[in-house]
Ligand binder design. Sequence first.
Ligand SMILES: [Zn+2]
Length: 163
Amino acid sequence: MTAIRPFALALDRLTSVGLRPTRQRMALARLLFESGDRHLTAEQLYDEAVSAHMPVSLATVYNTLHQFTEAGLLREVVVEAGRSYFDTNTSSHHHFFDQRRGYLIDIPGNVLEGIDLPTPPEGMRITRVDMVIHMQPALSGEEADASGAERADANGAESRRAA
Ligand SMILES: [Zn+2]
């Protein structure tokens, strides 16, 4: 990471999409874009801002994240109702979601290759497919028996293993 122009990346991102680089946008853009690709909830970004002594409200963080998303700087990944992550990698890719610890991992490669997508209704075309595969730690035999009830409740697309 270069220390020569520490704010350049955040400033470039904002000005490239025509967003005025206000103090708050710059501060949040630096947290978002100056440490590699990240997946963050609004609450996580707010916590980072508070830790960095930025005078910002959670509402401002929400508004700014949505402005950045509309401008194409972020991609919103909805993992379940009311739970969104904001991805600084806006290229087309898919995710694993750890439902216990609450984080996303990029799935490398084109996972849709070889999958037959359903035909959309007549007159419509598919513009985007977002795959989020929910997962949790695989259990060994005894643990799996003990948590059978819990497993039956778990939703998501985890694959079941034959015992
Ligand atoms: Zn991602």
